[in-house]
Design a binder for this molecule. Structure first.
Ligand code: ATP
Length: 335
């Protein structure tokens, strides 16, 4: 039995969460759900976007499924990542049939460092003698410890998932100290996996942005710092088409939080129009994290079937089925 924290949140978060829990019912695994409130609606009701009760529920669970938060996203999801030290952000770049994917043969993982780099929020204004703002600075922090932790995670992921290569991405020619350190640590970690048959290579981030378009099939696992990972993973999402399809995982030492890449989509919320696949595939990532590989594969295959049949799909994929109709169709193809 697994204890799962469930935070549906705002807008379509609620709908795609319902669609996902419906599918998990079809598995031979017992889940105990603990529901937590968070997001805009929660803020309006209670004055807090992320109440302590919800944080406690997440901390006491084996894993967390998170739907979406609207305007308060930074106060909710960014805070949850910090509170629980979810240092690795995983974004798969995987082509599914029947979608607007630019490439139909991609299957790699982007592992992004989630705790430092450009996103520590240490910014300052530069003022002239009269106090006029004439510029601004942002500090970028790269530590040996966090770099080692994320690189090691990427190589472990490669090993566990039978990937043969890890690509380290940086800009060490310009950011000599920060990314110089990241690159050095990357190769130190890589050495420990040489005997496991996992290759390593490194590229500058600008070259990687181009290779993602010119030869994305050459990647297996990419590991990089916070800001570069943020940008490259959206580029990756673009390669395989459609916000409604892309899941993500936030992983800490003994914790995992799984969420679709899309937000609360207020424009389509409450109408049953949302594509549930991104949330469902986030649950697939959760199952993999929990070691329930077989169940993960079952759901993934069912999603693949429904997408390739292309009949019972939501509007964003050219169909006219509702969120729950698509969920039912996937559920029916699980066993
Ligand atoms: P938020 O402020 O919560 O980030 P947003 O609308 O700015 O919301 P997204 O929720 O990511 O950002 O949505 C961007 C657009 O993509 C929306 O117009 C929405 O219609 C579309 N979209 C996002 N997710 C889905 C989905 N699951 N199914 C169908 N369309 C989606």
């Amino acid at each position: 039995m697994y204890k799962i924290a469930v935070i549906p949140g705002d807008g379509i978060g609620k709908e795609v969460m319902e669609a996902t829990l419906n599918i998990l019912e079809a598995l031979d695994i017992e889940f105990k759900y603990e529901f937590g409130d968070a997001g805009d609606e929660c803020y309006e009701k209670t004055g807090e976007a992320l109440p302590q009760d919800t944080i406690d529920i997440v901390k006491n669970a084996d894993a967390c499924l998170f739907g979406a938060a609207g305007e308060t996203a930074a106060d909710v999801i960014v805070r949850l990542r910090q509170e629980m030290d979810l240092f690795a952000n995983l974004r798969p770049v995987k082509s599914y049939p029947g979608t607007n994917a630019l490439f139909d043969d991609l299957d790699f993982m982007i592992v992004r460092e989630n705790t430092e780099g450009m996103y520590i929020g240490d910014e300052d204004y530069i003022e002239d003698k009269s106090g006029n703002i004439t510029g601004a600075t942002a500090k970028r922090v790269i530590t040996e410890e966090a770099s080692k932790r994320i690189c090691d995670y990427a190589f472990k992921y490669a090993k566990k998932n039978e990937r043969k290569k890890v690509t380290g991405v940086h800009k060490a020619n310009v950011l000599k100290k920060t990314d110089g350190l990241f690159k050095k640590v990357f190769y130190e970690v890589a050495k420990n996996y040489e005997n496991e048959g996992i290759e390593s290579e490194d590229f500058y981030v600008d070259a990687t942005a181009m290779y993602l378009l010119t030869r994305p099939q050459s990647f297996e696992v990419i590991v990089t710092t916070n800001l570069f990972g943020d940008i490259l993973s959206d580029e990756g999402a673009g390669l395989v088409g459609g916000l409604g399809l892309i899941p993500s995982a936030n992983i800490g030492e003994n914790r995992g939080l799984f969420e679709p890449v899309h937000g609360s989509a207020p424009d389509i919320a409450g109408k049953g129009l949302a594509n549930p696949v991104a949330m469902i595939l986030s649950a697939v990532m959760m199952l993999e994290y929990l070691g329930e590989k077989e169940a993960a594969v079952k759901i993934d295959r069912a999603v693949l079937k429904v997408l390739s049949e292309g009949k019972i799909v939501t509007g964003d994929l050219g169909g006219n089925s509702s969120t729950m109709e698509m969920s039912e169709a996937i559920k029916n193809r699980i066993n």
